[in-house]
Design a protein around this ligand. Structure first.
Ligand code: ZN
Length: 203
């Protein structure tokens, strides 16, 4: 399976990192070895001193497809989840300044938290799905899919122009504002509406 991530999909997060609003979705990948194993803590890697949490809505692909039109995109997923795109912000900044790819800052082992998935039919609306990340019981990121620049179905159309989507692929749909540094002993808990999708310890 592959993990396709969308960058700069929420205006408020683009502003907080002083990035430009893109004309097209920003896409990058994480290898499957980036997936944090279930019930395992996240270990801060020694090559970074500024690991950020980015909570993101996830879409699990359930059908193979290429050149999927937006109006048919809903047929390619049944389940929605929540995860974290852990980012070594210091390393990413160095790479961005040199115009180099971000992979080391985004694709390292453990950098993809994939929480529980829920049937999309269990939510009243995917157009206005609320989600939040709590750090040690305090809300640090909170948003709705209504604030996405590109909605889920538009992302599927765009991504599938370049990459064949296969069963089990996961799309990270971008993070809203509120990204921040994690520290040892932090507990990160994510909720989609009121359903808990993950709770992980930082070490
Ligand atoms: Zn992200």
């Amino acid at each position: 399976m592959k993990i396709i991530c969308i960058g700069r999909n929420y205006t408020d997060h683009i502003k907080e990192l002083a990035n430009e609003r893109p004309d097209d979705p920003v896409i990058f990948m994480k290898p499957d070895t980036a997936i944090l194993l279930k019930k395992q803590p996240f270990f801060i890697p020694d090559f970074s001193s500024d690991i950020h949490h980015e909570v993101e809505v996830l879409v699990k692909i359930n059908k193979i497809g290429k050149h999927i039109q937006e109006k048919f995109a809903h047929k390619y997923y049944d389940e929605i989840g929540l995860g974290i795109d852990f980012t070594a912000r210091d390393l990413q900044q160095q790479l961005k300044e040199k115009g180099l790819p971000w992979e080391k800052a985004k694709g390292f082992d453990g950098a993809a938290v994939i929480g529980n998935f829920f049937k999309k039919s269990s939510f009243k609306s995917l157009e206005d799905l609320t989600f939040r990340l709590e750090k040690n019981g305090e809300i640090v990121q909170q948003a709705s899919t209504a604030l996405m620049l590109w909605k889920i179905d538009a992302l599927i159309e765009y991504v599938s122009k370049y990459f064949t989507l296969k069963i089990g692929d996961v799309i990270f749909t971008g993070t809203p504002a509120g990204v921040g540094k994690v520290f040892p002993n932090d507990q990160l808990t994510g909720f989609l509406e009121e359903k808990q999708a993950f709770s992980i310890k930082v070490k």
